[in-house]
Design a protein around this ligand. Sequence first.
Ligand code: NAD
Length: 352
Amino acid sequence: MTLSFTYQGSAARIVFARGASARAGEWIEKLDCRRALVLSTREQADAAEALSHRLGGLSAGVFAKAVMHTPVTVTEDAVNVAARLGADCVVSLGGGSTTGLGKAMALRTDIAQIVIPTTYAGSEVTPIIGQTEGGAKTTIRTQKVVPEVVIYDAELTLGLPVGMSVTSGLNAIAHAAEGLYAEDRNPISSLMAVDGMRALKEALPVIVGDPRNVGAREKALYGAWLCGTVLGQVAMSLHHKICHTLGGSFDTPHAETHAVMLPHTIGFNAAAAGGELGPVSEIFGGSPGQALYDFARSIGSPMRLRAFGLTEADLDCAADLAAKNPYSNPRPIDRASIRFLLQEAWEGARPS
Ligand code: NAD
């Protein structure tokens, strides 16, 4: 076997410990910053206010208007608020939506970011930023948006509802599964993908039965970090393309869409990348698509695209879009196959 690869680690400093978010102020100072704007969604405004209170004089205030898909209008509002309050950094407390807002602000102003993730989406360790303007979503990769510090504190994830824990965990597993067959994968990304998947496979069933089990929460967060790092390092393929298409064109919910599609896209690609997907079989037990399907069902994941209000006509349109622009994928992509796997996902059938 010949080895040939390029590898670049992330510039983000990772701080991983229970209770570590209580020391966010120290990290603000280590970054030579003085006033942080705390970002969150409206749903997590109370947690953001509490964090702001703990930061005392290091907090410039709270901006609790982050929403899904990073609309440019919200970012511009946040940039103006940060300037008005004299903020020199942000502390993003939340999931991918809140992290996305901080990254979009950094893209425009280079403002320093400390991220405290509370889901398993993984955006905090990627150089990827997706934004929406006038209904159109554009995604770019740039090191400019990589946060300076990421604080993983499992105690802040204890309240993540079970349903969201399940879909967000499957979203993370999707990054790792596609990372295994990425053309530009490297030995480190593959190691992280395998360990990340294994951690989530072990943690998610425990969380379903006991959501406040901090050991399982910690393991899931560790897995999310690894899987997110894989997403940030290597190119994604069919699975992410289809989920992006469904989310962008039909506004299907992000993590749930990943959860439903995962067994079908990975099952499809297993025909061409069975060797690369060997760890999926080993960890989940069975052929990759069916094993992921059985695992997702066992932890109560949504299983049917139909539940998101999609019609069969929408599937035709999604298949056209997903087959249109060429992208790297281990198995050649043709429209008929994509339409077939969308149908199976729509019905919630076990992948054949
Ligand atoms: P999210 O950030 O939209 O969160 C969903 C909801 O859950 C929000 O209301 C949020 O406030 C709430 N929430 C989050 N953590 C919670 C907790 N611990 N307790 C209670 N409520 C909590 O969802 P997400 O799946 O994390 O992120 C999705 C967004 O992130 C999408 O827009 C997606 O495109 C983006 N994303 C980007 C990247 C990237 O690399 N750029 C990677 C993954 C996801």
